[in-house]
Design a protein around this ligand. Structure first.
Ligand code: PGA
Length: 242
């Protein structure tokens, strides 16, 4: 099955890079690939006005309530967002997000009409102990919760495999190893959405290694952090999508 490539720029808690909204900006979606930027919540409106495909780095499941500092999935959709990251490892680590909470985020995102991207990945310690598969199985449990949803909904969830030890470390995983892990992840998905689900890789992706990942059958796109803040490098990454 032909899955449309998905390239995500995770700007984390940084300002949009100079030149991000130029007419030839690499952050604009194209016919051959969905290119989505994830700015801070403060920059979302500006990016939507610039006609970019925009995602939220985080959204709370409840539609509204006494949650100081939070923004709901429903509000993000109303603002014009299309996508939402759920369970990025920095949120799991810094904000104690649990698998149950992440499952609630995914359901809320789907109900709001957002396209959730579930982020999963093992730590260095778990990797060294050979626990990668069991950790991924556990982190994918939210997907089994959405198994009961109609196929049309469950197939709009994407997965981003980001080994924690590869994020921001400059140590990227080997593309062939990632292909094997993505095959494993795909085998754990509900049958109805196995072929249609896009599985991205993230972790120290740069302009030199991007094409090596994208050459593999089960690597349907990339979630890029640091290099997505450098317009020239991100342009090269965008060009590596064939
Ligand atoms: P990195 O970040 O590309 O800087 O490693 C990826 C991410 O955190 O999504």
């Amino acid at each position: 099955m032909q899955r449309k490539p998905l390239l995500c720029a995770n700007w984390k808690m940084f300002r949009p890079p100079d030149g991000w909204d130029a007419t030839d900006s690499p952050y604009r979606s194209q016919a051959r690939a969905d290119i989505v930027i994830f700015p801070t919540h403060l920059h979302i409106t500006k990016c939507i006005k610039a006609k970019m495909l925009v995602g939220a780095q985080y959204g709370r499941p409840e539609p509204e309530g006494a949650f100081t500092g939070d923004v709901s999935m429903q509000m993000l959709k109303a603002q014009g967002c299309s996508y939402a990251l759920c369970g990025h490892s920095e949120r799991r680590q810094n904000h104690g997000e649990t698998d149950i909470f992440i499952a609630e985020q995914i359901i809320a995102a789907l109900e709001a009409g957002l396209h959730p991207i579930l982020c999963i990945g093992e730590t260095k310690e778990e990797y060294d102990k050979g626990k990668t598969q069991s950790i991924l199985k556990r982190q994918l449990s939210p997907v089994s919760m959405i198994n009961s949803l109609p196929a049309v909904l469950s197939s709009v969830v994407s997965i981003a495999y980001e080994p924690v030890w590869a994020i921001g470390s400059g140590i990227n995983a080997l593309p062939a190893d990632i292909q094997n892990i993505h095959t494993f992840i795909r085998s754990l998905l509900p049958e109805q959405s196995q072929k249609s689900t896009r599985i991205l890789y993230g972790g120290s992706v740069n302009e030199l290694n991007a094409s090596g990942f994208l050459a593999h059958e089960d690597i349907d796109g990339l979630l890029v952090g640091a290099c997505s803040l450098e317009v020239e490098k991100f342009t090269e990454i965008m060009r590596s999508i064939s």
